[in-house]
Ligand binder design. Sequence first.
Ligand code: ATP
Ligand code: MG
Length: 219
Amino acid sequence: MSRKIGILGGTFNPIHYGHLAAAEEVRGRLKLDRVLFIPSFQPPHKRENNVPSAAYRMEMVRLATADNQSFDPSDIEIKRGGRSYTIDTIEALRGSYPGIELYFITGLDSFLEIQTWNQWERLLTLCTFVVLSRPGYQFTDLLKIDFMLPAQDQVMKLDRGELVHVDFRAGAWNVYLELIPLYDISSTDIRTRVKEGRSIKYLLPEAVETYIIKHKLYA
Ligand code: ATP
Ligand code: MG
């Protein structure tokens, strides 16, 4: 196993170019050896009906990542079953591959909830968090999180476009903030479009679009 591994967790309901472009940008900037895409089995924070079975979401992740040699789909959370807590996934990966450096990639929207995550304080000691810009959110939103307050000047510079990368340290915690090209794409919007019969072309890989149509997902 290689040394620097990025992890993108999500519901991937469905995976789209926002996920893929963000992961590729981070891979390049951080010189990651690989990026694992890990669909959750049961997302602890989502109470949606109509989440297709994990097998469909996993297959869409497989289709979407097949043409990138550095991207690996992982069914570690689906195999584990139950609520998918990131702490369990990170510990399992560290156990299987001693010595690797783990970078957990999230959008700003997810990271804003970090203090609700299971064992979040310990989780922050086990991997570097990589927090990405996302349309509708600002880095200054992070100042709602008390431990981010010392980053005030830097988050303001990110929002103004004067910086694209910040390496924030608080004790044993290391959080990278990355201003990346924005893709105004969300799975929620894609599901709505399918339901309303509108096009989802160019929002996700063609193979995933074909799969959604074939299996009548979100219709
Ligand atoms: P939903 O609308 O169902 O919540 P989503 O588009 O937010 O779907 P998720 O599976 O929830 O997709 O996202 C997984 C991770 O990818 C989260 O950390 C999220 O913040 C990040 N992410 C998703 N879309 C983007 C995007 N367009 N730009 C940056 N980060 C994104
Ligand atoms: Mg989301």
